[in-house]
Design a protein. Structure first.
Length: 264
């Protein structure tokens, strides 16, 4: 039986509006997840909350699940290949279930979660890297600067931080102590990886003084990649005319269901 919600069919103008909505939603969730990771535990402790970790873990799992759903929804903007669409949905659902079981705030359901976390973060690195590739291809295509491309640029930049956060978490899982301190497996390890990643992207001192050579070298790669992305992005935007508002809302005659996709 054909599941219609899996297949996205729309004109070029409608697809552009859908991309704008998806990019904007993902940026909102990305900022929310970063805020939860970086500040919520300390804020709740400051106002006297009890069972802080349960609150933080529950909110994190909920927003992480929503983020995974939005990743899949955005992927449908770039491909109508049903094998890719269905396979990625199943893959992301498995990742969410395993993550929720590993970080269940009420009862730990995985006695040895390390192998599952390795699988989760390896998968997220691959999936987000794939989406970054498709998004960059979309952002740098076209002859005008449009709102969806600006939101897409922000989405990709923040996603780069998450990808390298997963990589740094993987390094800590595979080589405990690589950050110079003992970071427990699970939420704390992921928090440390994401924090170190965004500190690297932002040029801020991470506070980890005795990181391994591999961690240090990958952080250099992340910094170079992030800076090159910004350089090419700024050059691309400055070299294109701004899109007229009327043109953004003018439907275009097209029978195509997808534009510029390598997976038709």
């Amino acid at each position: 039986m054909e599941l219609r919600f899996l297949r996205r069919q729309m004109t070029s103008a409608a697809l552009q509006r859908e991309k704008l909505k998806d990019y904007r939603n993902i940026v909102t969730i990305q900022v929310t997840v970063i805020t939860i990771l970086m500040t919520l535990e300390d804020l709740l402790a400051g106002i006297g909350f009890v069972d802080i970790q349960k609150w933080v873990y529950t909110l994190f799992i909920a927003f992480a699940g929503f983020y995974l759903l939005l990743l899949w929804d955005m992927m449908r903007n770039f491909t109508s290949n049903m094998i890719v669409v269905r396979g990625s949905l199943a893959w992301l659902l498995v990742l969410f279930v395993l993550g929720a079981m590993g970080e269940n705030p009420f009862q730990r359901l995985l006695p040895n979660p390390r192998p599952y976390y390795i699988f989760i973060h390896t998968s997220l690195t691959i999936i987000q890297g794939f989406i970054i590739t498709l998004s960059i291809r979309d952002i740098f295509s076209g002859a005008r600067v449009t709102s969806d491309k600006l939101w897409g640029s922000a989405c990709v930049y923040l996603m780069i931080g998450f990808v390298f956060g997963d990589i740094f978490d993987l390094l800590n899982l595979l080589s405990p102590g690589c950050f110079g301190v003992d970071i427990p497996v699970g939420f704390a390890s992921y928090l440390g990886g994401v924090y170190y990643s965004y500190a690297t992207l932002g040029g801020v001192d991470s506070g980890y003084e005795n990181v391994s050579r591999l961690v240090r070298n990958i952080s250099v790669i992340e910094s170079l990649f992030g800076n090159l992305y910004l350089v090419f992005l700024i050059g691309r935007i400055l070299g294109l005319p701004a899109n007229a508002s009327a043109e953004e809302h003018t439907p275009q005659k097209s029978d195509s269901t997808k534009a510029n996709t390598p997976y038709e």
